[in-house]
Design a protein around this ligand. Structure first.
Ligand SMILES: Cc1cc2nc3c(=O)[nH]c(=O)nc-3n(C[C@H](O)[C@H](O)[C@H](O)COP(=O)(O)O)c2cc1C
Length: 410
């Protein structure tokens, strides 16, 4: 069973169809939003007779979509884009009529069209009178969509709005969300909080110039994407890079090492794992000039530098130290020996060593890494950064499951 944090940053289409249980969908929309999901409500025409779209708009903060043939809506996010956007489609309540539509593969309104056009996981929460639910046609429709991979949540038994007693009531919102989580595959980092830094830092010399390095941020971003895929809640603190935020990852942009340090400290309490993948500048100009330096400036001959904070080390020695603290070591010679010495010296749980001699690795899509912890070293020569991220996070998942055992700095 997946953890409720699974919903964090997820994009969910909540389909609402014309049944008396529509009022329960309001609470579902609210709860999913509270769990961190972005909820886009799509209502059938019949559903709008039960609850106003305005109610869902107020609860989700997004205008409700009701029509397939709406030129204005299509000018924004078209129905196919919306289908691709979704991480999950949940129809709750789902009427007997909509079950029949889904089973037949018809696409005669927005919701059924999205359903057909989306490859996201799909779930329905049937809600209807007990005789409608017991009807063999409804049973057949339900079995048909279930066989295609749809999760059927409920229904529940009890007294119905029409006075009948029996199976057909929609699950209550709490039970529905719990039932949904039982179907969602949990990853090894399910519900774990991962705090990551990536990219270079820019240390200002004057308003137009800065000290930087060749880091592209690709390794850190690959790690963030993979951690999210494995179920983690991912906070990414990024230096200046030209990369898209991986889907579902929360990103904060910073420029300097000091800003990155501050952003990390603000988020450290919640983290289970910290990965310092950023290439943080070791030093910064002591006194950045307030105006652009002129050619004749003394600074051209003499640029005074001061040391930047060592972010990974400060996390490893923090009172709210995450269970795992992971550093990167970009070395140009005797890579493993230097990396292992940093591992011990900074009291890290794991260090990822890169051979960056000759500028290789920086900005490229391939890398060569060694994953080093207190007991083991694994070498991966010439691999994509995505595959390196998979290997690193698989290793960290195992270390995390072993519980706290981090070393002491010497
Ligand atoms: C007051 C009222 C309550 C209804 N409740 C349900 C219901 O709980 N479940 C259901 O399957 N149909 C129910 N219906 C019938 C549906 O509204 C009808 O089949 C409609 O065509 C469904 O359209 P939709 O599936 O496109 O939303 C109800 C109708 C009315 C008038």
């Amino acid at each position: 069973m997946a953890h409720p944090d699974w919903f964090d940053q997820k994009r969910i289409i909540l389909g609402v169809t014309g049944g008396i249980a529509c009022y329960k969908a309001c609470e579902i929309a609210r709860q999913l939003g509270r769990l961190g999901a972005t909820v886009q409500v799509v209502m059938t025409e019949a559903a709008t007779a039960f609850v106003s779209p305005l109610t869902f708009q107020a609860l989700t903060g997004h205008p409700v979509r009701t029509s397939l043939l709406d030129a204005n809506a299509e000018a924004g996010m078209g129905h196919i884009e919306l289908a691709r956007w979704a991480d999950l489609i949940l129809i709750a309540p789902c009427t007997a009529n909509t079950l029949a539509t889904l089973a037949s593969g018809r696409a005669d309104d927005l919701l059924s069209t999205l359903w057909l056009a989306s490859t996201a996981p799909k779930a329905v929460a049937p809600a209807m009178n007990q005789a409608m639910w017991a009807d063999p046609t409804t049973t057949q429709h339900c079995q048909q969509i279930e066989a295609q991979g749809t999760w059927v949540l409920g229904p529940d038994a009890g007294v119905q709005a029409c006075g009948d007693v029996g199976l057909g009531r929609m699950l209550e919102p709490d039970a529905l969300i719990e039932s949904l989580l039982t179907h969602i595959q949990s990853g090894p980092l399910d519900g774990r909080q991962i705090l990551l830094t990536a990219g270079p830092t820019h240390e200002p010399i004057d308003p137009v110039r800065y000290l930087a390095n060749r880091s592209s941020g690709k390794m850190g971003f690959a790690l963030a994407a993979e951690a999210k895929r494995l179920g983690a809640v991912v906070e990414l603190i990024s230096g200046p890079v030209h990369l898209e935020t991986p889907h579902g990852v929360r990103r904060t942009d910073v420029e300097t090492a000091e800003q990155m340090h501050q952003a990390v400290l603000e988020r450290i309490v919640a983290a289970d794992i910290f990965i310092g993948a950023a290439a943080v500048s070791d030093m910064r100009p002591a006194q950045p000039a307030r105006h652009k330096l002129k050619k004749q400036s003394d600074h051209l001959n003499h640029l005074e530098l001061v040391e930047n904070p060592d972010i990974v080390q400060s996390v490893a020695s923090h009172p709210h130290r995450p269970q795992l603290v992971v550093g990167f070591a970009a070395e140009t010679d005797d890579v493993e020996r230097h990396a292992r010495s940093k591992l011990t010296h900074k009291a890290l749980d794991c260090i990822i060593a890169n051979d960056v001699s000759g500028g290789q690795v920086f900005g490229r899509d391939i890398t060569a890494v060694s994953i080093i912890d207190a007991h083991t070293t694994q070498h991966f020569s010439t691999t994509t950064k995505e595959d390196a991220a998979k290997a690193i996070l698989a290793h960290l998942s195992v270390l995390l499951s072993q519980g706290p055992s981090h070393g002491t700095a010497i």
